[in-house]
Design a protein around this ligand. Structure first.
Ligand code: PLP
Length: 211
């Protein structure tokens, strides 16, 4: 697999924005993807991203960096400094902390609500039944710019059930973006309407544990 293969498969499945998930990848591989023209990337840890991306942005100012992992409220400041899109909005406290930081920094970042479609206790995200209420809180109380929904289906489950549910919830809220699908199932996700697929290992190969 490679960036080129993944992009061809995305196009053949109907097209979506590729969020190339570069967490725990050597910076040389990220640079190679940048040279090939890739500009949208995903990272799941604020601290790791803050170490790598500011230098790359100097060379490639049109990078769009998505936060796709859980964000602790005490990292909201660094997250708003480092990222362009927050895909993992998952609590009222975080919504308020992000709104405050965005005001302070004068940056309004588009956000996606992470939905725990499998209602797994160990996983972040808003339960499907609570999404409408949470969306209302984010827009009217926190005044965040909510653009869509994101999910990570439970491992071993049939992803289609989760993609269909996320799409239904997104349609009910009349939001434009739907972030779903990873290396194993991004083509399926596109057929279910994904606008953004988050693909890591199929683009970059196996992850390493040390940068
Ligand atoms: C790591 C990660 C991905 C990419 O996973 P791959 O299986 O390597 O494509 C996608 N989404 C989230 C939230 C991740 O943490």
């Amino acid at each position: 697999m490679s960036l080129k293969d993944v992009k061809e498969k995305i196009a053949a499945a109907g097209g979506a924005t590729l969020v190339a998930v570069s967490k725990m990848q050597p910076v040389e591989k990220i640079e190679a993807a940048l040279i090939e023209g890739q500009r949208v990337f995903g990272e799941n840890r604020v601290q790791d991203a803050a170490e790598v991306w500011p230098a790359l942005r100097k060379k490639y100012p049109d990078i769009e960096l998505h936060l796709i992992g859980h964000l602790q409220t005490n990292k909201a400041k660094l997250a708003v400094q480092t990222f362009d899109v927050i895909e993992s909005l998952d609590s009222e406290r975080l919504a308020l902390a992000l709104a405050e930081e965005m005001d302070a920094q004068g940056r309004r970042l588009p956000c996606l609500i992470q939905v725990n479609t499998g209602e797994e206790p160990q996983k972040g995200g808003i339960n499907p039944a609570d999404v409408e209420k949470f969306h209302a809180f984010c827009t009217s109380e926190a005044k965040l710019d909510i653009k869509g929904l994101m999910c990570i289906p439970p491992e071993g489950d049939i992803p289609e059930l989760h993609f269909a549910l996320l799409r239904k919830l997104r349609d009910e809220l009349h939001l434009p973006l739907l972030s779903m699908g990873m290396s194993a199932d991004y083509e399926t996700a596109i057929r279910w309407g994904a606008t953004h697929v988050r693909v890591g290992s199929a683009v970059f190969g196996e992850r390493i544990s040390l940068k």
